[in-house]
Design a protein around this ligand. Structure first.
Ligand SMILES: [Zn+2]
Length: 311
């Protein structure tokens, strides 16, 4: 079996995955509060060694992580959405502690590989996975190959410019990015800016979270309906259309909590605007069926294919 590790913004999930993509044992825990450089590597190594003690034969470890990475050195770099405040080494210490091959990739890249190996992308050589959660990320498989790029950041789909008129800053510091406008974290301020630009009253929505915005949409709130149908869904459609034009996939699989919790709205909204921006006729858009475990499955799948992946 292979161990998959999914390091998100809030939680770390570790699971044992067999070569059919089935998760046998998995647990999720919050990031440790203190930020000792080696602490996360130690925590993960401890879990892997526990699994071996319980009789699981671990052949390799794959780690998918949010934030900026140096996949060649196996290091998570300091960045705006890095799980800890500083950069820290992962691959070296884990591999030394557990005595296995360890591979590191961006979390969305790992999920893309998981979807390709074990999800709806099975047998599809050209596909893109897009996650809409706290941030927006993606991974692309082109001609059967996982795209990594020189530093593992080949498909930073979330930083596609989807509104060049916007002066809203992305976490990366740049303007008009898909993630900066339409990730779960940023939808509320995009709503505020949208209403302010139209001179509409926004007090009712002060402090509102993304989930509540979608609940109001389902409840028929007219201002929210206008915002979601006329603007927010255009942002997603623009991002998806750009991905289709960049990677020429047969399939786009959407995941991440924001998309998965609101599939009906996303399905309809993206389909509607994709006709304007282009690509709908060339590519099917669907939603992951691998649930919360996709990150773990994807990371483990990377470890399974350690030898054939570009590095
Ligand atoms: Zn950005």
């Amino acid at each position: 079996m292979y161990v998959g590790v999914d390091i998100g913004g809030t939680n770390i999930r570790v699971g044992a995955v067999d070569t059919k993509g089935k998760v046998h044992k998995s647990e999720s825990f919050r990031h440790p509060p203190h930020r000792d450089e080696n602490h996360i590597a130690e925590l993960i190594s401890g879990r892997v060694l526990d699994m071996e003690k319980s009789g699981i034969d671990v052949e390799g470890v794959g780690v998918g992580a949010a934030g900026r990475l140096d996949i060649n050195r196996g290091v998570i770099l300091k960045s705006h959405n890095a799980p800890t405040g500083n950069s820290y080494n992962l691959v070296g210490p884990i591999s030394k502690a557990v005595g296995k091959k360890v591979i590191l990739a961006n979390d969305a890249t790992a999920a893309a590989w998981g979807e390709h190996r074990f999800g709806q992308g099975r047998g599809i050589d050209n596909m893109v996975y897009i996650t809409i959660s706290t941030g927006i990320g993606g991974g692309a498989i082109v001609d059967g190959n996982l795209l990594l790029g020189k530093d593992g950041r080949a498909s930073r789909i979330g930083h596609t410019v989807v509104d060049f008129n916007s002066d809203q800053e992305c976490g990366c510091g740049r303007l008009g990015h898909w993630e900066g406008l339409a990730s779960g974290r940023n939808i509320p301020r995009t709503l505020a800016a949208y209403l302010a630009a139209r001179g509409e009253r926004a007090e009712k929505y002060a402090g509102i979270k993304s989930e509540a915005i979608f609940a109001l949409y389902n409840g028929g709130d007219q201002k929210i309906r206008g915002f979601v149908d006329d603007y927010l869904m255009r942002l997603y459609a623009a991002g998806v259309s750009s991905a289709i034009n960049n990677f020429s996939p047969d399939l786009i699989v959407m995941g991440g909590s924001v998309a998965r919790n609101n599939t009906a709205i996303f399905e309809k909204g993206i389909a509607m605007h994709l006709l304007e921006y282009g690509g709908a006729e060339r590519c099917r858009v669907t939603f992951t069926e691998l649930g919360d475990e996709i990150g773990v499955i994807g990371a483990a799948a990377l470890a399974m294919d350690f030898e054939r992946l570009p590095r």
